[in-house]
Design a protein around this ligand. Structure first.
Ligand code: UD1
Length: 311
């Protein structure tokens, strides 16, 4: 289910085509409890993978109530309905944002959480706390919190990829729009950081590796694990300039850039220690930076205007 605030049902049609299966899909809002109840009544649900939420840092600073209502209110409404129907298994899309500005690198799961810089990060942190408290209070719950680092890339077929509405906020969709000619140049936010080339460093993970992490987490829930948390990243940091250059190599297109001031609330470096997920979930990273860029470019060049062929 998706309220399609930043998504298209076309992506689900592509999933069906790629997998050869018909996935039942519903256009509805998580805050609509009656619609949720209806869904749980009609389908035998064993586990919920909860990805739903707003995720733009800047917007979250301007519209905090919208973020708290959608992300936290939506989660509570979902948990209440799950409980009504005796569904106690959840995988939650959390974020590296819960760590705030890291006090050491690479960041492992023992790093303190909660010093979040923006309301978006706070919603992820508060939801984690709600899920933990719920697991402590009611032992039948099993929840895996997956803290995503920076997902990029697309499905290898080039049929399924990210299609942000309006001007992209995240780095790689923006870079990709520049390469395909939809945007003129990249704006690099800051070149005065304590990093090798002085631009910000992040841990970029192929979206298919991230998806495989969810499959591993689904199997892990069968162990009656209670509440567990795992980083999903690669353990490697790349700078903004590294990413633009890697995309130029993959696409054969130029990605011109200009340097601007830092984005409010941004941090210099953020990358994961992802060894716990490898050890406990039995999850292994398979796809490197070149592959992330190659797959993203296949999707972008096949679909220059995303799923909307007319824009
Ligand atoms: C942040 C959060 C992440 C969250 C994501 C949701 C942190 C540490 N990370 O990721 O948890 O899931 O937002 O959107 O809080 N950049 C440019 N020019 C651009 C766009 C981005 O230079 O036009 C730079 C940013 O300054 C940053 C990097 O590229 O250094 C990646 O930015 P972005 O893709 O927006 O992700 P984060 O801000 O790292």
């Amino acid at each position: 289910m998706d309220n399609l605030a930043n998504a298209s049902m076309d992506s689900m049609r592509q999933v069906n085509e790629i997998t050869g299966k018909q996935m039942p899909t519903f256009s509805m809002d998580m805050l609509d409890k009656d619609a949720l109840r209806d869904l749980f009544k009609k389908h035998r649900i064993l586990c919920v993978m909860h990805f739903a939420g707003l995720k733009t840092l800047e917007e979250s600073c301007n519209k905090p109530l919208l973020y708290y209502k959608t992300n936290i209110g939506g989660t509570i409404s979902l948990l209440e309905v799950m409980k009504e129907f005796g569904v106690y298994n959840m995988i939650f899309s959390s974020s590296a944002a819960v760590y705030g500005s890291p006090s050491y690198l690479p960041i492992d799961e023992k790093h303190t959480v909660g010093g979040c810089i923006n309301p978006y990060g706070k919603t992820k942190y508060f939801i984690e706390e709600i899920l933990k408290d719920n697991c402590t209070a009611e032992k039948q719950w099993n929840v895996v919190l997956l803290r995503y680092f920076n997902p990029v890339g697309a499905h290898v077929t080039g049929k399924l990829g990210e299609d942000p509405q309006g001007v992209p906020n995240n780095l790689m969709p923006y870079v990709s729009h520049v390469a395909v000619g939809r945007l003129k140049e990249l704006t690099v936010y800051g070149d005065n950081y304590d990093t090798p080339d002085e631009t910000e460093v992040r841990d970029y993970i192929h979206v298919v590796d991230l998806a495989q992490g969810h499959v591993a987490a689904l199997k892990y829930l069968e162990k009656d694990c209670g509440c567990k948390v795992f980083n999903l990243g690669t353990g490697k940091g790349f700078s903004v300039i590294d990413m633009a250059k890697a995309y130029e190599s993959a696409s054969g297109k130029r990605v011109p850039y200009q340097i601007a001031g830092s984005r409010e609330g941004d941090i210099a470096s953020c990358y994961a220690d992802a060894s716990l997920a490898e050890k406990e979930l039995g999850w292994a990273l398979k796809l490197d930076l070149a592959k992330m860029c190659e797959d993203l470019w296949r999707w972008q060049s096949n679909n220059p205007t995303g799923f909307r062929q007319d824009s």
